[in-house]
Design a binder for this molecule. Structure first.
Ligand SMILES: Cc1ncc(C[n+]2csc(CCOP(=O)(O)OP(=O)(O)O)c2C)c(N)n1
Ligand SMILES: [Mg+2]
Length: 360
């Protein structure tokens, strides 16, 4: 009985507390602001390039959700893993991918992070522990459990952070993966970027329970956090990552956020599924950049001039990435079939690259 009560208490979702600014130095707080401004300006550049046809295919922007990327990935070590869905540009940048290579991937160039073959939805940087960019809703969740298993099997102290959208919690794979993670106490933090919509469908229309309760029956500890507040999100994640590194097992985080743009570049910002007023009021009240700016100014830790300087640097970095991407070569046509499907392994199996089995 006592054990059950204790278990219930552990399973009660925990709200990440408000954090005082003095947890961080002024330099660190300015860095938070500068990085989020950079993500915003980088994606605005991508938006601009898409609009004039320099970027093709799908393109999902993270504008409005920048504090999730910085707050959740900032506290990680370089050898920790991150895996995510298709809204992946800023998360790749936060994990250390080169901005020029990310932009070149959007442009479909040979020096892009996936050699120009993945595009917006498939940013990868294995050396930096950024394991993609996945287009199938929920597909990355079991992969994260696999990475968590590999970490345990090799007796390492790495942590894997797996992002997903709120729509992914209705996928069967989500439940299978979290169940396994709980049984095997895998070092994985499952973060739902809860922006309240899956394309044009409000989460409340597809789930009787709120996001935070969707892991309850699986034995994974749940947390929620106001992920428009970078200071709170970063501090919360710093503590959580160290707990998981120390063996606390898998965690589930409902990161409350909001998307300021359309689902993808080809979708409207608002319409039948959400009103313009709703979007405008969220932009005014809950812009992660605005929230931090106001808090810093109120505490006299930021001046107008410093803000302008940070923004100028952010714009210059985004411009530099775009200029570099522009100049990069397209992949050679002979590369059409390479790195697309699995190639022959050492046993001579797996012919998915256009060759005929008999010819070899
Ligand atoms: C298995 C699967 N079903 C449907 C789709 C089409 N689809 C692409 S994105 C999306 C909505 C996902 O919403 P959410 O997980 O909340 O992420 P967000 O776009 O809000 O970041 C859907 C249904 C898909 N890619 N994969
Ligand atoms: Mg969503």
């Amino acid at each position: 009985m006592a054990e059950t009560a204790e278990q219930d208490q552990i399973m009660e979702p925990q709200e990440a507390p408000q954090v005082e600014l003095d947890r961080y130095s002024k330099e660190e707080l300015h860095r938070f602001l500068g990085e989020m401004l950079f993500y915003r300006r980088f994606e605005e550049k991508a938006e601009e390039a898409y609009a004039i046809g320099k970027i093709g295919g799908f393109c999902h922007l993270h504008i409005g959700q920048e504090a999730v990327a910085l707050g959740m990935i900032g506290p990680l070590r370089e050898d920790d893993y991150v895996i995510t869905a298709y809204r992946d540009h800023t998360q790749g940048l936060a994990k250390g991918a080169d901005p020029g290579a990310v932009m070149a991937e959007l442009y479909g160039r040979d020096t892009g992070t996936s050699r120009g073959k993945g595009g917006s939805m498939h940013i990868f940087d294995v050396e930096k522990g950024f394991m993609g960019g996945h287009g199938i809703v929920g597909a990355q969740v079991p992969l994260a459990a696999g990475m968590g298993f590999a970490i345990r099997y090799r007796e390492e102290d790495r942590v894997c952070v797996c992002f997903m959208g709120d729509a992914a919690v209705n996928q069967g794979a989500f439940h299978e993966a979290l169940n396994m993670a709980a049984i095997w106490k895998l070092p994985v933090i499952f973060v739902v970027e809860n922006n309240e919509y899956g394309m044009g469908t409000a989460f409340s229309r597809v789930s009787a329970l709120p996001v935070v309760d969707r892991a309850r029956g699986l034995g994974v500890r749940a947390h929620h956090v106001d992920a428009q507040d970078i200071v709170r999100t970063h501090a919360f994640m710093e503590d959580l990552v160290e707990e998981v590194r120390g063996g606390a097992g898998p965690q589930y985080v409902d990161a409350r956020t909001y998307r300021f743009k359309g689902h993808s570049m080809s979708d409207p910002v608002s319409g039948t599924y959400r009103s313009t007023e709703e979007v405008e009021s969220r932009k005014k009240e809950q812009d992660p950049i605005g929230v931090l700016r106001d808090r810093l100014m109120e505490a006299e830790l930021l001046t107008e001039e410093e803000l302008e300087e940070l923004d100028k640097e952010a714009r210059a970095r985004a411009q530099e990435a775009a200029d570099w991407a522009e100049e990069q070569p397209d992949p050679d046509p002979s590369e059409l079939y390479t790195h697309v499907y699995a190639e022959e392994n050492e046993h001579g199996r797996l012919y998915f690259d256009g060759r005929d089995r008999e010819e070899d």
